[in-house]
Ligand binder design. Structure first.
Ligand code: PLP
Length: 450
């Protein structure tokens, strides 16, 4: 059946009569089926719901649609690619645009992060980065370096590697032993020390010294890498304390431990730069990225690595792969086309700079919600902001869940919720009026929230 809404043709019945077969990811499936939140179209800052409403997107989908939905330049590039080269084998063959995209990314990346390995999701990028770290140490005769250090409240996707170094309890507890040899730094958040900070909080740089403690415990010769998000995103936006990342990188470097910045959310403008590493004047050894790379339009991710790491692995007989790893859809032609077009849009609209210019106003607009009902803390940085609500008596996550539903059904607002934290991260094309509109809808929603 053809259905048209807001001038967009929706080719599928938006009211499927069977909600049983599709097992939704990271979703309260049974509750969803009782009152579905179906999205059938998108344009600019808005989603269009199946029940005919225009819903303001306050979280860029899942932190990926940085240039706004259905950007024409990106759409046309994907269409052209689909007509020209639907698929090229990723192993032993390639198509030219994959090299072009990798060069372009290496030019955007800081320092000597000059080589790119492509994957399809943030989770795959993280597991790829961890495997590169292991292979690198082994190639240099340091095969005892196998331990990984993540951080409490970190999120690195759902593969076994990423899950193990991640620090969100609910994502780990059902899955047994995971990877052996993993430790976690403490989370950098302490409400008593840093509530309602704008940007990087003053308190907390010394938490990076935890890495010294773990080195003392295990010895550096057993540690492969430390992985952190520059700003922890999925746990509810935790900006790094001033000086923390610099300190952490310094300690890692001193001990020959690789630093992986997981920039799946923070890359491509969210913090006012192509990569958050640049904001802190740091060059990690590896950067993982995804989401904003294609503006969310086609799945694609990757890992940037330094010349030193790449060089160490370019060894062995020339007829054999140097690194036994890859995906059928690494550098898929539709994804590379989408990514090239997305980078054009970011460049032509100066969107990273725009985010930087808006950061202060963005922060003040959302910090103004501090007196709204249930609000316990607000943490804006760049163009992302966590708004903690006090947990309801029924338990963690209940108030956040109700807030998300109320925002969608009653305020025509889509906002991502992590437990009891609302995370606002709108497209970087938003105007100040759009940001005020999001804040005002949040205020109205919170006023009525039980
Ligand atoms: C920092 C970080 N790493 C990894 C991932 C996993 O990405 P994906 O869901 O594409 O596997 C995410 C997803 O939000 C993320 O925020």
């Amino acid at each position: 059946m053809l259905i048209k809404r807001f001038g967009i043709v929706v080719t599928q019945d938006p009211h499927p009569n069977d909600l049983a077969s599709y097992w939704m990811p990271f979703t309260a499936n049974r509750a969803f089926a009782q009152r579905p939140r179906m999205i059938v179209g998108a344009q600019g800052l808005y989603y269009f719901s199946a029940d005919g409403r225009k819903v303001l997107d306050a979280t860029s989908g899942l932190y990926c649609v940085n240039a706004g939905h259905c950007n024409r330049h990106i759409v046309e590039a994907i269409k052209r690619a689909a007509e020209t080269l639907d698929y090229a084998p990723a192993f032993q063959f390639a198509h030219p645009q994959s090299f072009e995209l990798a060069s372009r990314l290496s030019m955007l990346a800081p320092g000597d992060l000059d080589h790119v390995f492509f994957a399809n999701s943030g989770s795959e990028a993280v597991d790829t980065a961890m495997k590169i770290a292991l292979a690198y140490h082994r190639a240099r005769g340091q095969g005892t370096r196998t331990r990984f250090i993540g951080r409490e409240r970190g999120y690195h996707g759902v593969g076994f590697g990423g899950m193990a170094v991640g620090g969100i309890p609910g994502n780990r507890k059902a899955f047994g032993q995971q990877l052996p040899g993993v430790d976690h730094l403490r989370a950098t958040y302490d409400r008593g020390q840093q509530a309602f900070s704008l940007g990087e909080p003053e308190w907390g740089a010394e938490l990076a010294d935890e890495l010294e403690r773990l080195v003392a415990l295990h010895d550096a010769t057993n540690i492969a890498a430390v992985i952190v998000e520059p700003v922890a995103g999925s746990t509810g936006c935790l900006p790094p304390p001033k000086g923390y990342l610099e300190k952490l990188c310094g300690i890692a470097r001193k001990h020959g431990i690789l630093v992986i910045f997981d920039e799946v959310i923070t890359a491509f403008g969210r913090l006012g730069h192509a990569f958050a590493a640049e904001r802190y004047g740091l060059v990690p050894d590896l950067i993982t990225f995804a989401k904003g790379l294609t503006n969310g339009s086609v799945p694609m991710s990757g890992v940037l690595v330094t010349g030193a790491i790449h060089g160490a692995l370019m060894e062995g007989p020339e007829h054999l792969p140097e690194f036994y790893h890859g995906y059928t859809y690494s550098a898929h032609p539709l994804a590379t086309a989408a990514a090239m077009a997305t980078l054009d849009v970011y460049r032509d609209g100066a969107l990273f700079d725009r985010a930087k210019q808006m950061e202060r106003d963005f922060g003040e607009i959302f910090l103004a919600l501090r007196d709204a009902p249930h609000v316990a803390d607000i943490r804006p940085i760049g163009m992302i902001c966590g708004i903690d609500l006090v947990a309801a008596d029924e338990g963690i996550g209940k108030r956040g869940f109700e807030a998300m539903k109320k925002a969608f059904h009653e305020q025509d607002l889509y906002v991502r919720v992590a437990a009891d934290t609302l995370v606002v991260a709108p497209p970087l094309i938003s105007t100040l009026d759009d940001l005020r509109e999001i804040a005002s809808r949040l205020q109205l929603m919170l006023k009525d929230l039980v």
